[in-house]
Design a protein around this ligand. Structure first.
Ligand code: HC1
Ligand code: SF4
Length: 580
């Protein structure tokens, strides 16, 4: 261990660590904008992490350096809050603001902006550059899922890095020069034209400002809630309940299921249901499909298709694997189809006047909802998708404090009762575990020895397991999350190095619990995964029923409406095709 001093406090470090890293470890705050340590991203471009270090060769005996790019040296003396540092940081912030659209009141990051935080920290009381912003840059709302407002971009490059490092996609770039410079789309002008982007939204999770965000559709939901002619059915995702509490300062991973129901009712929804119910239906269909593929020599490995970012990835980057995707719709897609048919019939509602709104931790789900193959008679099955962030914003707009609400049960007996299997969809490994609970039972005529299928749990990049499927022998399955990891698995499958029969892929690292539509935690990445995952498994553990095939409402659905899993009606309503 080597020693140095920051603000006269002795600190220990190992060779190669930057001043910023050492300070962070010692709990000494240095403001940053472009530096993003979770991704090891330190371009040194924003120049706000300035510190003063002793240097006898410099005039005055000290020098100001960027702490993110300067390695700590043995015996070094560093000061983080000197008059010179504060003055230079303020000037730097003023320059950043000179080139920034400061319409803060209408910004998507209002109240949660890292740029504002740093301005406050460096004491920017009077901004001499205010109002000099003159060069309009692209405002890109061309994608179904995302918004790019380059006028808010501070060119930190975090988004470029997450897309490259975590997703292995490199859909973003820093474009243009001078005051026109900002986040751009690689090899395209608009986001919709991107040959690479899959709308996973991971770039929005690391953006420090309002430059990247979701395509906000909250107002449409409110219009529908208000319209007496329209009946609204709202259902929320497995992971939504363990992530939205972050917007209200609740404990990481807090399960807000009952409070969400109360809140959605207060917004004016007619029916509040649970996507977890549809996840149980997905398992019935996908499990049956898997057994059919095993029996009839169908395309293997079968790959899960409930993650819309992943489906976009296969279609755009690996069309050769399209036949491997399960044709079973995602729970959102299944819920929408059944809301407009079975649910409408059971409740005596006119499907034309019914609107299904889902609340998702995901931006790509907005894109999924817009697929023509997921519509009927010109009407989308899923009318609107709100990300968890949009939902939280709507609650703030209506003065509804989620953390102070009592719980309410789901208010419809249909399409809400669900099992632990439906709940675990929200985390990496969950879809595979839920599927195996049911597939094992269907093939072997008895339940798995333990309902908990541990080998597919956890944050490891690729998880492999074997399961004994009777006449089909010992079947190898795998789970992967994050698209860069998925790319490696696809290449292993392609080259014959991997002999999986069933593969679960979630585009976002951690699965939906860290989806691109979850609440943004400032200057951190994947910091709540553990708590959210634990909460999801706790929900599973406490459900009375834990296997999809035990869900009485699902059994009733098949008895009264669909016949058998995989039946003609089930195929017509609950399966899909993919884009070329
Ligand atoms: Fe997901 Fe899914 S689990 S995709 O991650 O299959 O978004 O939570 O709702 O549809 O159920 C997301 C979560 C979600 C679907 C389900
Ligand atoms: Fe990259 Fe995903 Fe952002 Fe598209 S949405 S630019 S794929 S991180």
């Amino acid at each position: 261990m080597m020693k140095a001093w920051i603000n006269n406090q002795e600190v220990e470090f190992t060779e190669g660590e930057s001043i910023l890293q050492v300070a962070k470890k010692a709990g000494i705050f240095i403001p940053t904008l472009c530096a993003f340590l979770p991704l090891n991203h330190t371009p040194g471009t924003c120049r706000v992490c300035l510190v003063e270090i002793e240097d006898k060769s410099a005039p005055g005996g000290t020098r100001v350096v960027t702490s993110c790019t300067t390695p700590m040296l043995e015996g070094m003396r560093v000061m983080t809050r000197t008059r010179r540092v504060r003055r230079m940081q303020r000037l730097q912030m003023a320059w950043i603001f000179a080139d920034h659209d400061q319409d803060c009141a209408s910004c998507v990051r209002y109240g949660n902006c890292e740029l504002q935080d740093v301005a406050m920290y460096v004491g920017l009381k009077h901004n001499t550059c205010n109002g000099r912003f003159t060069t309009p840059r692209p405002f890109d709302l061309t994608q179904n899922g995302l918004l790019r407002d380059v006028n808010k971009c501070i060119r930190c490059g975090r988004c470029v890095e997450v897309c490259r490092q975590v997703q292995g996609i490199s859909a973003l770039t820093i474009d243009d020069i001078s005051t026109h410079c900002g986040v751009g789309i690689a090899h395209a002008k608009t986001w919709a034209e991107s040959p690479y982007c899959v709308q996973c939204g991971q770039c929005t999770m690391v953006c420090p400002t309002g430059a990247l965000g979701e395509h906000d559709q909250g107002e449409t939901a409110i219009d529908w809630f208000e319209d007496p002619e329209i009946k609204t059915v709202v259902a929320f995702a497995p992971a939504a309940r363990v992530t939205v509490g972050d917007a209200f300062g609740m404990d990481p991973g807090a399960n807000t299921e009952g409070q969400m129901v109360t809140a959605i009712k207060r917004l004016g929804a007619d029916y509040v249901c649970d996507i977890n119910w549809a996840a149980d239906v997905t398992i019935m269909e996908e499990g049956t499909e898997f057994i059919e593929r095993l029996s009839s020599g169908g395309q293997l490995p079968m790959m899960t298709s409930c993650c819309s970012g992943w489906v976009n990835y296969v279609e755009k980057h690996h069309p050769e694997f399209r036949q491997n995707l399960s044709t079973t719709r995602s729970p959102q897609g299944i819920f929408g189809a059944l809301a407009k048919t079975w649910f409408a019939r059971e409740h005596g509602l006119d499907p034309e006047k019914l609107r299904f709104i889902s609340i998702m931790p995901c931006t790509a789900k907005k894109d999924e909802a817009a697929r023509p193959q997921l519509s009927r008679n010109g009407m989308p099955d899923t009318d609107l998708v709100l990300t968890v962030r949009e939902f939280a914003r709507l609650l703030f707009q209506h003065g509804i404090r989620l953390d102070r609400l009592p719980s309410t049960p789901f208010d419809s007996p249909f399409m809400s009762q669900n099992t632990g299997a439906g709940a675990i969809f929200g985390t990496t490994g969950g879809v595979m575990e839920a599927a195996l609970r049911t597939v094992y039972r269907k093939v072997n005529g008895r339940e798995l020895d333990s309902v908990d299928f541990i080998p597919v749990r956890g944050m490891e990049a690729v998880k492999e397991a074997k399961v004994d499927l009777g006449k089909f022998g010992s079947v190898k399955v795998a789970v992967v999350h994050g698209l860069r990891n998925a790319e490696k698995v696809l290449s292993d499958i392609d080259s014959g190095r991997a002999d999986y029969k069933f593969l679960e892929v979630m585009a976002c690292p951690g699965g939906c619990i860290d989806g691109g539509g979850t609440i943004r935690i400032k200057n951190s990445y994947l910091s709540r995964s553990k708590a959210r995952m634990a909460s999801i498994y706790k929900i599973d553990q406490h459900r009375k029923l834990r296997r999809s095939h035990e869900n009485p409402d699902v059994i009733r659905l098949y008895d009264q409406y669909l016949g058998e899993p995989g039946s003609e009606v089930a195929h017509e309503l609950l399966h899909t095709v993919y884009r070329n």
